[in-house]
Design a binder for this molecule. Structure first.
Ligand code: TYM
Length: 332
């Protein structure tokens, strides 16, 4: 039997956060051991928000290097940059024509991002989920590991796939999201009702994967908690719940174990332990990232090889789709 297939991507817009890491990236290495995987840097998605060209180029290189630093193996997994594989934009256009304006208008990310950038509500931002559907469907992915914020985009991908299959017969695998139990929604350290995001204007709200020990310790120390001074997971204790989730992801301990560990102790000691756990988690990744980015030729070789393989595999699905829609194709 064929192995199940997995695909996931991350945008290279700004610094990846601890939320990206605990909600998605950390899990990528786990699924890579079990399934046939493709992972990519979603740089086409990233220009739905204005990017500075020089910084953008570096962010793409850095994000790709980070995927290698996670321990994902280019010989085993397909690791590529989205803009280097033209089939994504091609299928996205076709899927745009099988997606309704009404269903796209209901996407909460579109609503949130249009509010955040009222000066640039572009058509790409609106059509973004169809490009994400193309990413996933091109590789016939069975599972898509993502954080909870991407669940709605997975649902629309499933709707688009089922609609197309209904019209033309089996064409796409209908994918399922793979959402981790703890860490799927890491919240802002300053406003724990909002997700931790790299576009947060208040840097105290997030920890970047590349932050040093001092910054990590400072950010956790200043995280919003409550006045109860009791480490327990409960409704209304959003700040403490969030720190417990972070600690749990880094140490593998359950909420009960964490509550027992800090019983009778204040938030100061707890926060110190959370900071130490995050530092221990990110330190080796940062060292590996520094080692890999120093070898530009190696990173570029992996990129080229990843793009070639991704193109070869995704072209099969695109050809199948184009044939079904009725595009003129030459006989071989
Ligand atoms: P992006 O780049 O915003 O985020 C990458 C991954 O990180 C997860 N994530 C979080 N998880 C937990 N807590 C948080 N605070 C948090 N913030 C982000 C996201 O859920 C995501 O899994 N549209 C996607 C990129 C994409 C994609 C795809 C993903 C493009 N094509 C195809 C899967 C399949 C995005 O913007 O993720």
């Amino acid at each position: 039997m064929e192995n199940k297939k997995v695909l996931s991507m991350i945008q290279p817009s700004g610094l990846p956060t601890l939320g990206n890491y605990l909600g998605a990236l950390k899990n990528w290495s786990n699924v890579a051991a079990e399934y046939d995987c493709a992972f990519a840097v979603a740089d086409l998605h990233a220009i739905t928000v204005r990017q500075d060209p020089q910084k953008f180029k570096k962010q793409i290189f850095d994000m790709y290097s980070l995927l290698l630093a996670l321990g994902l193996k280019p010989e085993k997994n397909i690791i590529f940059v989205q803009s280097q594989v033209p089939t994504h934009a091609q299928l996205a256009w076709i899927l745009d024509c099988y997606t309704q304006f009404g269903e796209m208008s209901r996407m909460t990310q579109f609503k949130d991002k249009s509010k955040a950038h009222p000066e640039n509500i572009n058509v790409g931002l609106f059509a973004y989920p169809a490009l994400m559907a193309a990413d996933i469907l091109l590789y016939q992915a069975d599972y898509v590991p993502v954080g909870a914020d991407q669940k709605q985009h997975l649902e629309i991908t499933r709707d688009i796939a089922e609609r197309f299959n209904g019209l033309y017969g089996d064409t796409f695998t209908v994918p399922e999201p793979l959402i981790v139990e703890t860490g799927a929604r890491i919240m802002s350290l300053q406003d724990p009702t909002k997700k931790m995001s790299k576009s947060d204007p208040n840097p105290k709200g997030y920890i970047s994967i590349f932050d040093g020990k001092d910054i990590i310790a400072k950010r956790i120390k200043s995280a919003v908690t409550d006045s109860e001074a009791c480490v327990r997971f409960a409704e209304g204790k959003d700040g403490v719940n969030n720190l417990m989730s972070i600690y749990s992801c880094c140490t593998g301990k359950t909420n009960e174990e964490i509550e027992a560990e800090f019983a009778g102790q204040g938030y100061g000691i707890f926060k110190q332990a959370v900071a130490d756990a995050v530092i221990e988690e990110l330190g080796p990744l940062q060292d590996e990232f520094a080692r890999i980015t120093a070898d530009r030729a190696y990173v570029e070789d992996c990129m080229k090889q990843g793009a070639d393989t991704a193109y070869r595999i995704s072209s099969r699905t695109l050809a199948k789709v184009m044939k079904k829609v009725g595009y003129y194709q030459f006989k071989k």
